[in-house]
Design a protein around this ligand. Structure first.
Ligand SMILES: Cc1cc2nc3c(=O)[nH]c(=O)nc-3n(C[C@H](O)[C@H](O)[C@H](O)COP(=O)(O)OP(=O)(O)OC[C@H]3O[C@@H](n4cnc5c(N)ncnc54)[C@H](O)[C@@H]3O)c2cc1C
Length: 478
């Protein structure tokens, strides 16, 4: 089956009837018609349509069927493949200004990265690399969409937590002829309930064999429940809520009420070492970060574009501190772009013939963005000042006081409505409920920034800087 259309995606998700809970009620009917999901499902469908329109840039011929399949499933063999992947990711990201963290390429990349890492599972107890490859091929050929949940619930994060009996984490409670049975909870799945499948995996640090697993199941598997937070899909026109009405992805707690995972969907179980190695020694980090940083570049461009437009609209470009603030965005953008190109330039073919980007610059980029993004949103607020609050909805411009608003809210060479439209965009991106969630997302979705920086400290290859110093130390010089 070649790449799907937007309608095919929507119909497939509606037909699934996954168990989704929102506001204490089980969702009934078509999920694409529910106000919390209508916007994001429409936007995701638009992405699939874009993939059809730009087949040359966004697909490749499947090695097994010859069908045109999504480039986000491509396992790169050359540096050119990496560049093609980056361009495809950025084409999709442009559609949302980079605010859709979970456009389908994110999880398709994760699955491709796992499939490219099956050598790590070879010969390991309770590991089934061939099932992972089957899943990858099935997903690639049917253009499946995925969500994922890796992290355990946040009840006790102390160093000695392992001394307490765990009562929340999703764990294997039984292994039988059919498969493994999972009971418990996982922390979060963004887009839970609106993807074909969910990949469930143990994040590194797992201490108990019964919590060391990796599998994928359809979102409507019996006993699987997605519990939504309140929706930030603000109801209104694209003038009033330009981003939140279209791109609110929803985050869901995932409950496993004795879910049977059939054996053909389990790619590892009861093996802490294999679960950790698949994440740490496999290609998950390198490929996933390459996707993430490519998207974050587009998001930074979007923020930069908005900031420049705001500066023009209230004519504040002559002030030195205003220029410096915009330059902070420019420096961030140029650095991110340089880091992703460096990662591609320093990519190497590994022992399995796969081209792997250098993960060091990518780790630096993502960790840096965790700090930069909140600062970027702060800059927009500092530039906009009270303008972030003088933003009546569009209907006000067509009311009795419309003419006065056009006049009194005018900017530099723009009328009131044009100025408010821009400032509502800045507000929706940085201050609305949707906007604050964006900041939390960029801070945390790939892990805690503190521990990410510890990882960089631990893995950074500093041999060349060490040898540089040795030249100046008499005993080490020879
Ligand atoms: C919007 C959003 C969407 C997300 N979507 C997904 C998703 O789709 N799928 C998924 O699997 N996950 C998702 N996540 C989860 C994300 O991976 C975690 O938020 C991240 O790994 C941090 O874990 P935590 O939230 O449990 O924070 P915690 O680990 O509980 O950290 C809380 C605080 O305690 C500190 N802390 C805790 N432990 C330590 C330690 N050992 N050393 C030092 N400091 C420590 C942290 O620095 C932090 O300040 C999402 C998160 C967000 C915010």
């Amino acid at each position: 089956m070649p790449v799907i259309t937007g309608d095919e995606y929507k119909n497939r998700i509606d037909a699934l009837k996954a168990e989704v809970w929102i506001g204490g009620n089980k969702l009934n009917g078509n999920i694409s018609e529910h106000p919390a999901f209508a916007g994001i499902i429409k936007s995701q469908a638009e992405l699939y349509d874009l993939q059809n329109t730009f087949q040359k840039q966004m697909t490749f011929a499947s090695e097994t069927t010859g069908n045109k399949v999504g480039l986000s499933y491509l396992i790169p063999r050359t540096k050119g493949d990496l560049e093609r992947r980056r361009r495809m990711i950025q084409l999709w990201a442009r559609h949302s200004g980079g605010v859709m963290g979970r456009s389908p390429d994110y999880m398709n990349t994760v699955l491709a990265a796992f499939a490219a890492s099956v050598d790590v599972l070879d010969g390991e107890e309770h590991c089934y690399p061939e099932r992972l490859l089957n899943l990858y091929e099935f997903a690639r050929e049917n253009d499946l969409s995925f969500t994922h949940t890796f992290v355990n619930p946040q009840n006790n994060r102390s160093k000695l937590a392992f001394l307490q009996e765990d009562v929340t984490n999703a764990k294997i409670i039984e292994r039988n002829d059919e498969g493994i049975i999972i009971k418990g909870a996982k922390l979060l799945a963004t887009q839970g309930g609106i993807t074909d499948e969910i990949i469930v995996f143990s994040a590194p640090g797992v201490q108990d064999n019964s919590q060391a697993y990796g599998f994928s199941i359809p979102s409507n598997t019996k006993g699987l429940k997605f519990i939504c937070r309140e929706s930030f899909a603000n109801q209104g026109s694209s003038f009033d809520y330009p981003l939140s009405s279209r791109f609110e992805e929803m985050d869901t707690i995932v409950l496993f009420d004795e879910v049977t995972v059939p054996w053909d969907r389990v790619f590892l179980h009861d093996n802490i070492r294999a679960a950790t190695n698949l994440y740490v020694k496999g290609k998950f980090v390198a490929f996933t970060l390459h996707q993430i940083v490519s998207r974050q570049i587009i998001k930074t461009k979007f923020l930069l574009g908005i900031s420049k437009r705001m500066v023009e609209t209230i004519n504040i470009g002559e002030y030195q501190h205003v220029q410096s603030k915009v330059v902070e965005l420019i420096k961030g953008l140029e650095t991110m772009e340089a880091l992703v190109i460096k990662a591609e330039y320093e990519a190497n073919v590994d022992h399995t013939g796969i081209m792997v980007p250098n993960r060091q610059p990518l780790y630096v980029a993502v960790n840096q963005f965790q700090e930069l993004y909140p600062r970027f949103t702060e800059i927009l607020q500092q530039l906009g000042a009270s303008g972030m609050m003088t933003i009546p909805k569009q209907e006000a411009f067509y009311s009795e006081i419309g003419e006065q608003l056009q006049h009194f809210l005018q900017g530099w060479e723009v009328n009131g409505e044009e100025r408010v439209e821009l400032f509502r965009l800045a507000w929706d991106l940085t201050m609305s409920n949707f906007g604050s969630r964006q900041t939390l997302y960029e801070r945390f979705f790939f892990g805690d920034p503190i521990r990410l920086s510890q990882t960089i400290f631990q893995i950074y290859d500093d041999t060349s800087s060490a040898s540089l110093v040795d030249r100046f130390l008499s005993k080490k010089a020879d």
